[in-house]
Ligand binder design. Structure first.
Ligand SMILES: Cc1ncc(COP(=O)(O)O)c(C=O)c1O
Length: 374
């Protein structure tokens, strides 16, 4: 086995690259007046909303809470249905259940691997209140098709942008299409904290106000709960670190795209399905996900890479509807694309700090699996 282990993602590498700025930011919180909310959170909320291109950002404790509170802000709850995908992090669906609403799961488009608008049309009932697309792996969902369906049927759109900071659909950043959009800053995300953090973005001032109340006991002013609320405040240490990292996000996204292009070029003649970038889409390659013909080949390639010191990931080995906890909600069965992806996808290492040598080590290892090192 050559050299060090190459991980699928490595948030520590970003810390090493930016540690001087990050250490100053941490100290400023430690020595500052607020250990809860305060200026660091306010500043990051404004900066991140500006990056998305909306007027308000509400920092919360994690990306799951962001979805949960977004649905609460829209007063979506018991008896209401929310259409989303089964091919996602379980958090998307868990958050719908946290709001008391019913998740209705749809299949994904085989190329973009995101919510298929044709499925959505077939799942709308009198109880449907919202459509929740996930910009999975960093590729935008079909915002044109889904926006039209929501407008035609009077449904709210809430975008799950947890994996797609800075992704664009026909020039517009994701997070600007839905009435509310949600982000996760889990450490391995394209913009990642050193713990949990999340945010809801919106152009709607009254929803923003409501979200600020929901994240803090429903307080309209200190110690006065106007509505029922939770404790889901963004940690100022995380906010200060995220402000530092946000300045580097666009450059780091470009590096992700360069790495993805190298994989595209070096692997394109192999019998693998490589990720595609839809026309008018700007993919931010949170993950570089290839598809193998079947589960046995996928697992064999993963094991071959592991023997070469390369940790490839599987996102996700079980669709949400295949997991016991979510059986009670499942209304649909044959999600052919989703089920195929669960058994055939493999995420190759991709993070901006990978060296060119490491990228070629990954490509060489994939090629040797096929006995074709060029
Ligand atoms: C698509 C998606 N939605 C939601 C979440 C939830 O975010 P968090 O882990 O910050 O709660 C994640 C991250 O795990 C995610 O990948």
């Amino acid at each position: 086995m050559e050299g060090t282990i190459i991980q699928t993602a490595d948030p520590r590498a970003e810390y090493r690259a930016l540690h001087e700025e990050i250490d100053v930011a941490i100290r400023s919180v430690l020595e500052g007046p607020s250990y809860v909310l305060g200026d660091a959170v306010r500043r990051f909320e404004e900066e991140f909303a500006g990056h998305v291109g909306v007027s308000h950002g509400i920092g919360v404790n994690n990306g799951t809470d962001a979805i949960h509170l977004a649905l609460r802000a829209l007063e979506i709850g018991t008896g209401d249905e929310v259409i989303t995908v089964s091919h996602t992090a379980v958090a998307t669906v868990a958050a719908i259940c946290m709001a008391g609403a019913t998740p209705v799961l749809a299949d994904v488009d085989p190329v973009s691997r995101t919510l298929d608008p044709d499925w959505v049309k077939g799942l709308i009932t009198a109880r449907t209140k919202a459509v929740l697309p996930v910009h999975l792996y960093g590729h935008p969902a079909d915002m044109a098709g889904l926006t039209k369906i929501c407008a035609d049927h009077g449904l709210s759109m809430v975008e799950d942008c947890a994996q797609a900071h800075g992704a664009r659909f026909h020039g517009q950043r994701v997070g600007r299409f839905g009435v509310l959009s949600t982000f996760s800053f889990y450490p391995t995300k394209n913009l990642g904290a050193i713990g949990d953090a999340g945010l809801v973005a919106t152009n709607d001032a009254s929803l923003a106000e409501r979200l600020r109340m929901l994240r803090q006991y429903g307080w309209e002013r200190p110690q006065f709960s106007e509505i029922q609320g939770w404790n889901s405040r963004m940690d100022p240490l995380q906010a200060a670190i995220l402000s530092v990292k946000l300045k580097h996000l666009d450059a780091r996204t470009e590096r992700r795209r360069v790495i993805a292009e190298t994989y595209n070029i070096r692997l394109r003649d192999l019998p693998l399905v490589l990720p595609a970038e839809g026309s008018g889409c700007f993919h931010v390659y949170h993950l570089y996900v290839v598809e193998l013909p079947d589960e046995a080949t996928r697992n064999a390639l993963r094991d071959h890479l592991a023997r070469s010191g390369i940790n490839a990931g599987i996102h996700y080995p079980y669709a949400v509807h295949q997991q016991p906890a979510y059986q009670p909600w499942i209304r649909t069965s044959a999600m052919v694309v989703t089920e195929r992806l669960a058994s055939t996808v493999l995420s190759l290492p991709l993070y901006p700090d990978l060296t060119d040598h490491e990228i070629h080590r990954v490509c060489d290892a994939v090629r040797t699996f096929y006995g074709s090192l060029e």
